[in-house]
Design a protein around this ligand. Structure first.
Ligand code: AMP
Length: 378
């Protein structure tokens, strides 16, 4: 039986165990050759890599060690508010050749952060060995030294990888089957991530994208990139941004539609981050999506107290140098939020798709609450 049901989804075998093992074998042979005499320390990232790590290790014939680590995210003090900590390294890494063993590399952002963290412990070198890689999704500038298989941007399962924690025990690798009877638009997850400046929209968007493979539109990022390019739009935008004001709705709506259309008509969904910011923008978004047969599936509101927002933005300003993260502009942006943007909470409540999330506390807990909302609209 090549098609199986896991929870509410159907999956089809795409890489049988024998084929996986051939690829693991090839990677192991390469490592045996490259790492001879270096006594490498493998650091396998739990949970997903446990089966890959076990099969890989039994094919490594040179002296080596293995240890297991986990990644945990905390609300912290960096510019984005995120600190990703590697838990479980008891070894002294100084002078060691380290090979991170990961199940899958998508955007590569997590791996980049992990390499930076390990780098502070003075290893001789750090390498990445991934079972799977999705080249289409790679964003971070990293070298992945060893890859067993490169795959398209599909949702996969088995051989250690899970769907809602199920399916890690499957021997083969499976790919999600789009049900022909289900209209793809019904599965499309267009999500508005909503909150005041500093509420963690960007940080949580990165995590959502990584987990669910959604597209991302941050209107603030689009505008900052136009400013950097020195385009006419950038010049206009800069005046409003530096003053803590909103860019006129008509301009924003056109920008949004043109970025949205770059994803084609049959995408998995988009995270709207920083849009809509006014009721007319919300109405325009609804219409723009309806014209394409699409809709917003959920509005996720990150609720963070004002004093915390102030503190986070001032801290971010000191670290990121964003021109609008200074005390005076922050105050204006928060006023603009209360006067023009906060009424959208009520608006989306009436639409029946508002989900309130307590945005103060541990990043993992907040992300967990968000995932619950997203999983329920799958
Ligand atoms: P952000 O990075 O989302 O905090 O956005 C930074 C600035 O870009 C805002 O303070 C506004 O000046 C401008 N901006 C971003 N998104 C919008 C929008 N949807 N409507 C109007 N102005 C926006």
């Amino acid at each position: 039986m090549d098609i199986i049901q896991v929870l509410d989804k159907k999956f089809r075998v795409t890489t049988p165990e024998a084929e996986i093992l051939k690829r693991v074998d090839a990677v192991a042979q390469q490592i045996n050759k490259d790492m001879e005499g270096k006594n490498p320390l493998f650091l396998a990232v739990l949970n997903g890599s446990f089966i890959f790590a076990a099969d890989l290790m039994r094919r490594i014939t040179i002296p080596c060690e293995i240890s297991f680590v986990k990644l945990a995210s905390y609300q912290g003090t960096t510019s984005t508010g995120t600190v990703e900590e590697v838990i479980g390294i008891s070894e002294n890494l100084a002078g060691r050749t380290v090979i991170i063993v990961e199940d899958i590399v998508e955007t590569g952002l997590t791996m980049k952060r992990m390499m930076e963290t390990l780098g502070t412990r003075n290893p001789a070198s750090v390498h990445i060995c991934a079972l799977l890689q999705k080249p289409e999704k790679l964003k971070a500038d990293i070298d992945i030294d060893y890859v067993a298989m490169r795959i398209p941007n599909d949702f996969i399962l088995g051989y250690g990888l899970d769907y809602n924690q199920q399916g890690r025990n499957l021997r083969d690798i499976y790919t999600l089957v789009e049900d022909e009877n289900t209209n793809i638009k019904g599965n499309m997850k267009n999500i508005v991530i909503f909150g005041a400046p500093g509420s963690g929209k960007g940080t949580q968007s990165d995590l959502i994208i990584e987990k669910y493979g959604l597209n991302h539109i941050s209107t603030g990022d689009v505008l900052r990139s136009e400013i950097k390019k020195g385009s006419q739009l950038g010049k206009t935008a800069k005046e409003y941004i530096d003053d803590g004001m909103l860019i006129p709705d008509s301009l924003m709506v056109d920008i949004l539609a043109s970025v949205y259309d770059t994803f084609g008509t049959q995408h998995k969904g988009v995270i709207f981050d920083g849009f809509p910011r006014t009721v007319p923008q919300a109405e325009a978004l609804k219409k723009m999506l309806a014209d394409r047969g699409h809709q917003v599936a959920a509005m996720i509101e990150l609720d963070v107290p004002e004093e915390e927002l102030m503190a986070r933005l001032i801290k971010r300003g000191q670290e990121s140098g964003r021109s609008d993260d200074n005390a005076e502009t922050i105050k204006k942006r928060l006023d603009v939020y209360h006067n023009q943007t906060a009424p959208l909470i009520e608006w989306y409540q009436k639409e029946g798709i508002r989900h309130h999330i307590d945005g103060l506390g541990a990043l993992d807990r907040i992300f967990g609450d968000i995932c619950q909302v997203i999983d329920n609209i799958l």
